[in-house]
Write a protein that binds this ligand. Structure first.
Ligand code: PLP
Length: 378
């Protein structure tokens, strides 16, 4: 099987991830709740993963990394915990439903938003973000990289703009974290949400939220934290104030091992390897008869996420044939990003999406092009 669905969940994981999950599962105890040796071992898995993620995103302190159950949970915590009645949010048509749906739900609470458009490659113009900011705007919430076109956002310029205009910047780094170099402080990112199971190479059921200094956030959940139990109020300490209930220790241990792998191979090296695949596919995919490739033509402006359609061939058939005949796993449909498909002119039919990860090679890209060439000519 050639796995090209890494934008949904990365596969395979580094061996260390499988080992860490098994080890944490065998340890079995509850982190942060008891003082015995096994509980302390469990706490060490969590701390080490938190420190790894902090290093990866450039967070000034590990306590500013909150563990969540996925990116959706992290984004909901950020949006619902930060916004108040009367606030306005600037977001975009390139967002995933994990941003679009919470923003829609928040309208009922008197929190409005503006979705700015992108160009036909899915690239967001910083000027359009600037124009959409009003005196009521308290947050700009944007995806670092589209899960449809792979288009990257110029986060440094957005960060500068947000600082100038006194609004906070929430970055959805679900597609980029682990695949593209990123530093929250240098880029002026106030909150960053990401899943653990994509570019961070961890298990499903894990995610992270970075909360920067000066961001006043109300916890989404209340409950046990293992300390200050006498109080009915949630403790104010980070990260516990956002981590009510027992954490997913095996999942987080696996996430920590995934991050350790990325830090030792380096994000720069992962990006350099992906760029080779990107350059090859930007050259070769458009040669497939009838194929429309979406997204940026400039390799430096995109990730290795390729959405396409073949004229006269149903996307579902392309996906089915790739899987059944060629053993290539891709995803077909709207990829939880309906407005992104409207932007690129692929709504409502959706696209076929091939997304590469750090264990894919040029050979996999070549096999994809060979298979598509045959499918397109049948
Ligand atoms: C850009 C983007 N944001 C958010 C998400 C949601 O991630 P999760 O399913 O881990 O909540 C995804 C998942 O595909 C995504 O691609």
């Amino acid at each position: 099987m050639i796995y090209l669905d890494n934008a949904a969940s990365s596969h395979p994981k580094p061996q260390g991830v499988y080992d860490a999950v098994a080890e944490a599962l065998k340890t079995g105890a509850n982190p942060g709740r008891s003082g015995h040796a096994l509980a302390l071992d469990a706490s060490r898995f969590i701390l080490s993963a938190r420190e790894g993620v902090a290093r990866l995103v450039g967070a000034p302190s590990a306590s500013r990394i909150i563990f969540t159950s996925n990116a959706t949970h992290a984004l909901n915590q950020a949006l619902q915990g930060f916004l108040e009645k009367g606030d306005h949010v600037v977001s975009s048509a390139m967002e995933h439903n994990s941003v679009l749906r919470p923003l829609h739900a928040l309208e009922r609470l008197g929190i409005n938003h503006t979705l700015i458009g992108a160009d036909e490659e899915g690239i967001i113009d910083v000027e359009r973000v600037a124009e959409a900011i009003t005196p009521q705007t308290r947050l700009v919430a944007l995806t670092h990289a589209s899960n449809v076109t792979g288009a990257l956002l110029d986060i440094e310029r957005i960060g500068d703009l947000c600082r100038e205009r006194g609004v906070k910047f929430l970055l959805d780094a679900s597609q980029s974290l682990g695949a593209y170099p990123l530093d929250v402080v240098a880029s002026g990112v106030d909150m960053l949400a990401a899943p653990g199971h994509k570019g961070l190479l961890g298990p499903q059921g894990t995610g992270i939220l970075y909360v920067g200094e000066g961001v006043a956030l109300t916890p989404l959940l209340s409950g046990g934290t293992g300390f200050a139990s006498e109080s009915r109020e949630m403790p104010e300490e980070l990260p516990e104030t956002f981590e009510a209930g027992t954490l997913n220790t095996p999942g987080i241990a696996g996430l920590g091992a995934g991050v350790e792998y990325i830090l030792s191979r380096t994000v720069e090296a992962i990006r350099a390897d992906e760029l080779e695949i990107i350059e090859y596919l930007l050259e070769e995919l458009p040669k497939v008869p009838g194929l429309t490739l979406y997204g940026p033509k400039d390799p430096s402006k995109r990730l290795a996420v390729f959405a396409f359609n073949i004229e006269g061939v149903d996307g579902a058939h392309v996906g089915y044939s790739l899987d059944e005949v060629y053993g290539i796993a891709v995803r077909v449909g709207l990829h939880c990003a309906p407005d992104a498909h409207k932007t690129i002119g692929a709504f409502p039919m959706g696209t076929v999406r091939a997304s590469f990860g750090p264990f894919n090679t040029i050979l996999h890209a070549e096999k994809l092009v060979e298979a598509l060439t045959v499918i397109a000519s049948l």
